[in-house]
Design a protein around this ligand. Structure first.
Ligand SMILES: NC(=O)c1ccc[n+]([C@@H]2O[C@H](COP(=O)([O-])OP(=O)(O)OC[C@H]3O[C@@H](n4cnc5c(N)ncnc54)[C@H](O)[C@@H]3O)[C@@H](O)[C@H]2O)c1
Ligand SMILES: O=C(O)CC[C@@H](O)C(=O)O
Length: 387
């Protein structure tokens, strides 16, 4: 029986997906974590933890290097909430262009006998502009950014995208109407609206800072529904205070940007729809079961893609450092135990490699083979999976 621990609200549809080989259990010794935004950076990872699935797109709450060292595979649920964020972004673009939040706030508090007179007089304060023909820069056109870019284009906006690491899958999703910028500065130059959809990492933290603001034109509105810290708040406030930027819309509040009319903050609700939470939970449960029961890997954050049909009674998987002679050492241990390898596949991603070995026959005396593999210094984790 596999133990699955959750730290955040996971919808029932995800739990329902697990077969009776799985128990949802707040144990300290889980085989799998199915999480959302819990910060695992401050926590020990149990030695037994084989897989972490982050139901959602971002994984900056997971200590990837420590997970790798622990032999723990990390996955997300790519695209599960992309439509939810896209729809929120369409709402925010319209809200920004029509001063919707300020106008609604005014109307809600505009009581009194002369209400219609004052409304007619004051409504000019909330005059907006149309999105049609305006330019939107989309920074990062993966699952979310590509949908946002296409939707904005359908609203009649000119869309320019910047993504130096664009995958071919994402490229297929992007409408041919979207212009591709070669540099961040080129993307920002003509934009009336700028929206960020990149992961938070060392490279992207603060990427919308002084240099980026200098590249933007006056009157720009900035949206950050990706992660706090990607936009440098100090520089954002400078741009707002000087009149260079018109507004900042973000899903990530922090003290310095509170209580301003030109900053609209939502409480990290980008992926908070019933549909997105169901997608993430179901996809997350399936990812956990597939990895634990077959060892196959697709779209992991720290492991290479590697999938092989599981046609033998036994499978040995080895997560190890990507250095010479690992496959040789693994094969030697199996050869010394007189174990015949039916199929073997190996792949690498950066510093981590992964090997799958299919075996038809194992004897009782082979029981310590996994211990022997785990004893190789550069092995993070070896596992035996029985079909
Ligand atoms: N507000 C929310 O609730 C919410 C919901 C979903 C996603 N997110 C955030 O949005 C991010 C994007 O989500 P996604 O599903 O589109 O992820 P994704 O991985 O599909 O797309 C990210 C894209 O960013 C690009 N990228 C990476 N570094 C870049 C850089 N330096 N400059 C330009 N492009 C760069 C990648 O090539 C990729 O195409 C997530 O990492 C997450 O942090 C937030
Ligand atoms: O609501 C969530 O759990 C997180 C949504 C979002 O931040 C993501 O990274 O997918």
């Amino acid at each position: 029986m596999y133990q699955v621990k959750t730290y955040n609200a996971i919808v029932q549809a995800g739990f329902d997906r697990f077969t009776d080989q799985y128990q949802i259990n707040q144990t300290d010794d889980a085989d799998a974590y199915l999480i959302r935004s819990v910060n695992l950076h401050e926590q020990e990872l149990p030695q037994n933890l084989k897989v972490i699935v982050r139901a959602g797109a971002g994984f900056n709450n997971v200590p990837i290097d420590r997970a790798t060292a622990n032999g723990t595979a990390v996955f997300t649920t790519p695209g599960s909430n992309a439509n939810a964020v896209k729809e929120l972004m369409v709402a925010m673009l319209i809200a920004a262009s029509r001063n919707l939040f300020a106008a609604a706030d005014y109307a809600a508090h505009n009581s009194g006998a002369d209400i219609s007179k004052r409304t007619e007089h004051d409504k000019t304060k909330f005059n907006g502009q149309e999105l049609l023909g305006k330019t939107l820069a989309v920074i990062g056109v993966g699952h979310v950014g590509s949908l946002v870019a296409n939707a904005a284009s359908q609203l009649g906006m000119k869309v320019v995208a910047y993504d130096p690491y664009l995958s071919s899958d994402a490229a297929w999703r992007i409408s041919t109407d979207i212009h591709r910028a070669k540099t961040l500065a080129t993307a920002l130059k003509k934009a009336d609206y700028v929206t960020i959809h990149v992961p938070k990492n060392e490279e992207t933290t603060g990427m919308i800072g002084a240099k980026a603001f200098a590249a933007m034109k006056d009157g720009v509105t900035v949206f950050n529904f990706a992660r706090g810290g990607i936009v440098n708040n100090t520089e954002m406030l400078k741009a707002l205070d000087s009149g260079h930027a018109k507004g900042y819309y973000t899903d990530f509040g922090s003290d310095e940007i509170l209580n301003r009319k030109d900053v609209i903050i939502t409480p990290h609700i980008g992926g908070s729809t019933g549909e997105a939470e169901t997608n993430g939970a179901v996809q997350g449960a399936e990812t956990i079961m597939d990895y634990l029961e077959t060892g196959n890997v697709q779209n992991s954050v720290n492991l290479p893609n590697l999938q092989a049909p599981f046609g033998t009674p036994y499978r040995i998987t080895v997560m190890h450092q990507n250095i010479p002679n690992m496959v040789g050492q693994i094969a030697t241990i199996l050869a010394n135990a007189n174990i015949n390898i039916e199929n073997m596949s190996n792949a690498a991603k950066d510093k981590v490699a992964y090997t799958i070995i299919d075996v038809k026959h194992l004897q009782k005396q082979d029981a310590n083979i996994i211990d022997q593999l785990n004893a190789i210094q550069a092995v993070y984790r070896a596992r035996l999976i029985k079909k």
